[in-house]
Design a protein around this ligand. Structure first.
Ligand code: PMP
Length: 405
């Protein structure tokens, strides 16, 4: 199978929208990707024909809803090569998945423990650890970012040698696009006795993920960045580690038996999932994974990588434009600044031309501070982007520079 980007685009109704009277050029998939018909249809079909609460009813609709929702757990387990469905915990997204770990695994940390976190992280993989450090007295230790946007591996090794309870790193930086050598870093962490959490939010749309090959203990991601709906995400946890976590939120579904005084708890993964879940969204995520299987994902990834490299080259050739983050291994997001132009002004002028990019700190303030900037303009790619989109961006920047400089 080869990859036909026009056939892919045709499956995304929103891509034929006009914005300010111009054809939409969507370069903000790092914030959230668009959704193909297959996902929209699956959610619509569920609400029209099989909506009911899951895990509870003996009646037909509840069983159909449960089957469709639980089928996604199997699809996720296969997609990321988890050893079993018991290792797939549904959450609202990456943020909730990381907070779940911080508030369950985190209970065992005390003063003297060390949490190693990279300086590149999205706030979702930093603030929960800051809060945990404050609660527990554990030390929050930085793995610094270098001027090219890669992590300083010598500092990592040195800090790991001093001991760590947990290492939290992203697989791909949402702010700079840097790919982090997570497999190698997880292997070092494991050898040092540390538990590892990988924030895969920006990796799952671009790279095949094999959590067993990666050798991480936890892997978190959001459906909405991989062509599925908002409101659902995944915490993968290695079963041996998940088994050691206490329950998180209390409520329906997570229990086995309840008396007025106390409760016993359900088996994994339900023990970590309280209350009615995001059922339609779970079914939508399953449809997104089916959709990702409907074409050659590796060919799509190669298309995107070629486009990424093209975009970087074309942008870097613009006089006065500086790429923020130049690591060789990178994907998804390209951050840049233009001398004399505020990112927000550039973003506004691009929007007027129908071009959607993101400006600001991208929820990664410490990463940008380390790179010596307060904000950037960020173009981020999806499977449906084309050279035409990049050419439109370059032309749009030219127009904006003509007005602003
Ligand atoms: N981590 C990374 C690397 C991200 O890019 C994002 C989303 N921008 C998140 C975490 C948070 O994801 P969500 O808002 O879906 O929970």
């Amino acid at each position: 199978m080869s990859f036909d980007v026009e056939a892919i685009r045709a499956q995304f109704p929103i891509l034929s929208t006009q914005v300010h009277g111009k054809p939409l050029v969507y370069l903000d998939s790092g914030a959230s990707s668009q959704k193909p018909e297959a996902v929209l249809d699956a959610m619509d079909h569920y609400y029209r024909h099989t909506h009911s609460n899951v895990h509870r009813g003996v009646h037909e609709l509840s069983q159909l809803a449960t089957e469709a929702y639980e089928a996604t757990r199997t699809k996720v387990a296969n997609w990321i090569n988890a050893a079993s469905e018991r290792e797939v915990v549904f959450t609202r997204g990456t943020t909730e998945a990381i907070n779940l770990v911080a508030q369950t695994f985190g209970l065992r940390l005390t003063a003297g423990d060390r949490i190693l976190v990279s300086e590149l992280e999205h706030h979702a993989n930093l603030v929960p650890w800051q809060m945990l450090a404050q609660r527990s007295g554990a030390a929050l230790v930085k793995i610094p970012v270098m001027p090219n946007g890669e992590l300083d591996q010598s500092v990592y090794r040195a800090e790991l040698a001093k001991g760590a309870a947990l290492v939290a790193i992203c697989a791909v930086s949402n702010a700079l696009g840097t790919r982090i050598p997570v497999k190698d870093m997880c292997a070092q962490a494991r050898a040092a006795g540390a538990v590892t959490l990988v924030d895969g939010a920006q990796a799952v749309p671009h790279d095949r993920v094999d959590v067993q090959a990666l050798g991480c203990d936890f892997y978190a991601f959001s459906s909405h960045k991989m062509y599925g709906p908002t409101g659902i995400g995944v915490l993968y946890g290695r079963e041996a580690v998940l088994e050691t976590l206490p329950p998180w939120q209390g409520g329906g579904d997570m229990i086995d038996h309840v008396t007025f005084e106390s409760s016993t708890y359900n088996v994994l993964p339900y023990r970590l999932e309280a209350g009615t879940p995001s059922i339609a969204e779970g079914i939508g995520l399953g449809a997104a994974i089916d959709w990702l299987h409907s074409f050659d994902f590796d060919a799509a990834a190669a298309h995107e990588q070629a486009l990424y490299d093209y975009a970087r080259t074309e942008l870097a050739a613009i006089d006065g434009l500086r790429l923020i983050g130049t690591a060789g291994a990178a994907c998804g997001a390209i951050s840049f600044e233009i001398a004399g132009i505020a990112a927000s002004d550039l973003g506004t002028l691009l929007d007027q031309q129908g071009i959607a990019v993101r400006t600001g700190h991208h929820c990664a303030m410490p990463a940008l501070q380390a790179m010596g900037v307060n904000g950037t303009t960020r173009a981020s790619l999806g499977i449906y982007n084309t050279r035409g989109d990049i050419d439109a961006l370059v032309a749009g920047i030219d127009v904006a520079m003509g007005i602003l400089l």
